[in-house]
Design a protein around this ligand. Sequence first.
Ligand SMILES: Cc1cc2nc3c(=O)[nH]c(=O)nc-3n(C[C@H](O)[C@H](O)[C@H](O)COP(=O)(O)OP(=O)(O)OC[C@H]3O[C@@H](n4cnc5c(N)ncnc54)[C@H](O)[C@@H]3O)c2cc1C
Length: 377
Amino acid sequence: MDNIYITPDHELLRDQIARFIAREVEPFADKWEEQGMVPREVLRSMGRAGLLGLMYEGEYGGGEADALTNLVFAEALSQSTYAGFIITVLVHTDMASPHLHHAGNLQQKQKYMPRVTAGELITAVGITEPGAGSDVAGIRTTARRDGDDWVLNGTKMFITNGVHADLYFIAAKTGTARHDMSMFIVEKGTPGFSVGRALKKTGWLSSDTAELVLDNVRVPAGNLLGEEGKGFYSVMKNFQTERIALAAMAVGHCTQAIRLTLDHVRQRQAFGGTLWDKQTIRHRIAMLDAKTRAARQFMYHCAWSVTQGRDIVQEVSMLKALTGELVNEVVQTCQQFHGGMGFIRETAIERLWRDARVLGIGGGATEVMLEEVAKRY
Ligand SMILES: Cc1cc2nc3c(=O)[nH]c(=O)nc-3n(C[C@H](O)[C@H](O)[C@H](O)COP(=O)(O)OP(=O)(O)OC[C@H]3O[C@@H](n4cnc5c(N)ncnc54)[C@H](O)[C@@H]3O)c2cc1C
């Protein structure tokens, strides 16, 4: 056991995921990076293995697990060096479907959740817009009540799983007050709902990211998710799960980058010895590992605090800021120690370097996270 929070059951889960990655991800993931998507069958296969709803109710195919088990899942996935694959899964499990889990009513859960946990319905969450990202309350998409329906209008930006999702959780203004926002379930194929541009990115190449257009999209009143006007608070609540998952990605990348770099510097010859013989390189790697291990313990402590029902917005915001910056420091330094090879496409370290960049931006940029920390002192 490598920390006090890890149980033998967690280790079994970690081994199961490691086997899944070795068998069903690593041999194919370069092709997915070229194709710009992870095939749907991969999520179905994870669904069949019971991996897509660990925290959800058993009656919907979930695992009834707690936040620590969920973190073990996210960290285990992040032992892959293909962040495009990891984020495709984590958006489904930890960023989009939690909206249904936390705010969905009985009918909504019965209708959708079994297929979400089975990986038959892929989910996405649409909050960000061209004009509002960090400032969630600044969104302009509107939902207007019209008889038994809601009519949605607006544009969403940078939506992960945007192209290939079947079910979207969309934030829209339902009143004029700044925080008067609600969440809606929108199924793919609803008239007026279209996927705009698939966006070309620096990294996360096998994750599809798209613009969504809502042009007089009419959904039944029953598609309102949670309480009318309370969507902002719902979004903020879900950010806690999402940010721990993103921290797990960051810590996973750090761990993998250090592992790759140790292998590299121990065999790479320069100036009559290996790079490992150079004290400056050894010490810098040791310090990166120290920071990574400290961040990892803090991350597990945050997940444990969630299991205790504590309000840890400040700690989770710290964790997101810390790990989003640390991963860039670690991966960039590790890339440096790979020399020219670190700049060559298709090496894992080069991919990690590209993939790491967004972890200080998406799901709460560092500056915004630090503000969340500071205002709670
Ligand atoms: C690959 C990718 C996938 C994404 N997936 C999704 C998704 O699935 N669903 C979704 O809804 N969104 C998604 N996003 C959006 C993401 O969450 C936003 O990009 C992020 O929240 C930042 O918003 P922004 O891009 O509008 O930047 P802005 O809000 O314009 O911020 C720009 C910069 O200004 C800084 N800044 C902003 N406000 C302050 C302040 N008060 N004080 C100091 N500095 C500040 C920010 O920290 C940032 O550095 C994704 C983004 C990317 C790149």
